[in-house]
Design a protein around this ligand. Structure first.
Ligand code: GRF
Length: 216
């Protein structure tokens, strides 16, 4: 993959946008060589859009009800997304399922951060499910997006312990604090070529250590 410096990335987000914020702050102060060229959302009142607004990052929100179908929605969003010319799309808390048509129109590789140790717990309520099944460990994964929900190749993971008496909320907080460095270090590894997105042979999952610093 070509390596422009800084690497233009687009972020898709539906919610509070703390992963977006972590990426953006890492690009400003943490030596992460990216430029966020656009934030796209299905929620105009999301924290992610508000963050982009406050920081002068180009942003656009699309209202599902303005489109006759999921394909039409995704087509509109991918068209707008292609206009900002990203080299990488990062889904950071984007809660809407992207249709096959939308995925096919993506102008560059797309990754997603998901709060579980995939292939465990694709979909929603991952923290509650991990607790209900008495898991000793939970965590987060970054994976390639394909047309299977949370089913693309896993690129990296960070683990956290599940502790006695954990609530889904407490566990989610613990996982979230590891999501930020995981996403940042994964993007750094993609840019440096350590993680190759178009090399299906590279099946090894990279793990983020507890010191937040390295993937191996
Ligand atoms: C994160 O836990 C992410 O893994 C999941 O949704 C949450 C988004 O949080 N997909 P935020 O909007 O980045 O704060």
């Amino acid at each position: 993959m070509r390596a422009p410096n800084p690497w233009p990335v687009a972020v898709l987000a539906s919610g509070r946008g703390s992963n977006l914020q972590a990426l953006h702050q890492a690009s400003l102060h943490g030596g992460l060589p990216i430029r966020i060229v656009g934030v796209f959302s299905d929620k105009s009142d999301s924290g992610a859009i508000a963050y982009a607004q406050r920081h002068g990052i180009p942003h656009r929100a699309f209202a599902a009800k303005a489109y006759p179908s999921r394909d039409a929605f995704d087509q509109a969003m991918m068209t707008a997304l292609a206009e900002v010319r990203p080299e990488l799309i990062i889904c950071a808390g984007y809660m809407r399922i992207i249709s096959d048509a939308g995925i096919a129109l993506a102008p560059c590789p797309m990754i997603n951060i998901h709060p579980s140790l995939l292939p465990l717990y694709p979909g929603l309520h991952t923290h509650a499910r991990a607790i209900a099944e008495c898991r000793e460990e939970h965590g987060a994964s970054v994976h390639l997006v394909n047309n299977i929900l949370d089913g693309g190749r896993v690129l990296s993971q960070a683990k956290v312990p599940v502790v006695a008496g954990d609530s889904p909320e407490r566990l989610a907080e613990r996982v979230l604090s590891r999501e930020y460095p995981l996403l940042i270090e994964t993007v750094r590894s993609i840019i440096s070529g350590r993680i190759m997105l178009n090399n299906a042979q590279q099946a090894q999952v990279l793990y983020l250590h507890d010191d937040n610093s390295r993937l191996d």
